[in-house]
Design a protein around this ligand. Structure first.
Ligand code: FAD
Length: 428
């Protein structure tokens, strides 16, 4: 019997999982490879970083998600190289052959040539990043409770968030809520509501990709939560306990013990591998310039989707690095593979923009639905509905809903756990 067409998908994020699920009834042999054994709902990572949700609430084991899909196997492994000439993906510990390859390995943050900043200003991409952020935030308050030196105390109670996009705004707003509400009665020596939360953004407004009116609404909501918004401010230095920012001609150093990074995008290193091995063109941040059908020029058997792809054929600009393009591209690729096997042609990919949402805090969000722009409570309700809809497992949907209801009523963040290595002696 002839061997079934082998589709290898690297990455079980939004794009890769959508592609695999689209192929569920196809006469192909699907392998979904990921270096972690779960699909992660990244839009809610900041809620893990701020103690509202536990890691398991926002992650679903890939093996479980695809357990009823008989034509699909899930493998745990890390792809390190692609031998395009021989249609083979090299893993850290083995190799896999394919007939069609779908690369959906996403993107991460970057430090604009200052990788040394990472140790002081962690970014948010993985569950480990989120629990590390949570640890830093909670340890700052714990250490402040024991600190007597006023200068050190001020640095401990100062939180700087770099990047005023959706993730930065979410982190800053939530920190405002933690300081003003959640921790309000928990300490005896410090008043958490006196925390200084500073959001630093290089452009002239927060949420710069949103319409002006929503940026202004977001700024107001952040300020109501006690966040100081510094726009037009560039971070020029980060070292132990200090952030340096430049606003026009003025340079300022801010002593702080907690710096959170929410800026910069850098595509997965497999983009560079595709450049070297398959002649792919990359953009400034390492994304692969794809053809209208999401393949690489000269390699119709290699699709690249999601955050790793630069698809500029629709508007002349790359699609935004958010979940919707990745999901829609995943579905498209699943359909394209089946159409090809039937010998049919498929139309170029078209993105249907359903709108953008960002949340600032309790009953505070902005929604740009293209036909209507909303802020405050209505936007927040839409945000809740959409996020619950897209969380992969029903069980997680239910758990998250219960946690949110509890948080709404009590302001309590029950996942406020300091985990990881022994923190003693506290850095007083
Ligand atoms: C903190 C944060 C908040 C966000 N908030 C929102 C939001 O509110 N709304 C929204 O729409 N979007 C949001 N996004 C963006 C959204 O999550 C991404 O656009 C989306 O995840 C991209 O999907 P993807 O499939 O391209 O990559 P990902 O979902 O990142 O998946 C990539 C997968 O590839 C795996 N992988 C990577 N390299 C390898 C390798 N070498 N070998 C094997 N496996 C590998 C990874 O483990 C991962 O599972 C947010 C992102 C972050 C980080």
């Amino acid at each position: 019997m002839a061997q079934a067409h082998r589709v290898l998908i690297i990455g079980g994020g939004f794009g890769g999982l959508a592609a695999a699920q689209q192929l569920r009834r196809a006469p192909v042999e699907v392998t979904l490879l990921d270096r972690v054994n779960y699909h992660l709902f990244q839009p809610l990572l900041y809620q893990v970083a701020t103690g509202a949700l536990s890691p398991a609430n926002i992650a679903a084991p890939l093996r479980h998600v695809l357990k009823n899909q008989k034509n699909t196997k899930v493998l745990l492994g890390e792809a390190v190289h692609i031998d395009a000439a021989n249609r083979r993906v090299i893993l850290r510990d083995g190799s896999l052959d394919y007939d069609t390859l779908v690369v959906a390995t996403g993107a991460s943050h970057q430090y604009f040539g200052h990788d040394e900043w990472e140790q002081y200003a962690p970014g948010l991409k993985t569950i480990e990043d989120a629990t590390d952020m949570r640890r830093r935030i909670l340890l700052a308050f714990e250490t402040a409770e024991r600190e007597t030196d006023p200068e050190k105390l001020r640095a401990l109670m100062t939180f700087v968030i770099v990047g005023g996009g959706p993730t930065g705004a979410e982190l800053a707003g939530t920190l405002g809520e933690i300081a003003n509400d959640t921790l309000r009665h928990d300490f005896r020596n410090i008043d958490p509501s006196k925390a200084h939360i500073i959001l630093v953004e290089g452009t002239d407004r927060v949420l710069p990709t949103y319409p002006q009116v929503l940026s202004a609404a977001a700024k107001k909501m952040l300020e109501r939560l006690g966040v100081t918004v510094r726009t037009g401010a560039m971070v020029t230095g980060i070292s132990q306990g200090v952030v340096t920012i430049r606003e026009g001609e003025r340079t300022e150093t801010i002593p702080t013990r907690t710096i959170l990074w929410a800026a910069g995008v850098l595509a997965s290193p497999l983009g560079r591998v595709l450049k070297d091995e398959a002649g792919a063109n990359l953009d400034r941040v390492g994304r692969v310039m794809v053809e209208p059908d999401l393949t690489i020029a000269g390699h119709p058997e290699i699709f690249v989707i999601g955050d790793l792809a630069n698809f500029s054929h629709q508007t002349g600009k790359p699609l935004p690095g958010v979940a919707q393009p990745a999901i829609q591209q995943g579905h498209y690729v699943g359909r394209a593979i089946q159409a090809r096997l039937r010998g049919e042609k498929i139309k170029p990919f078209r993105y249907f923009d359903k709108g953008n949402l960002a949340t600032i805090g309790r009953a505070a969000a902005v929604a740009d639905m293209n036909w209507i722009r909303l802020s405050g409570l209505p936007a927040w309700l839409i945000w809740i509905f959409i996020h619950l809809l897209y969380i992969v497992q029903f069980q997680n949907r239910l758990l998250v809903l219960v946690q949110w209801a509890w948080l709404y009523i009590t302001y309590d963040r029950s996942a406020r756990l300091i985990t990881g290595k022994n923190p003693f002696p506290l850095d007083l």
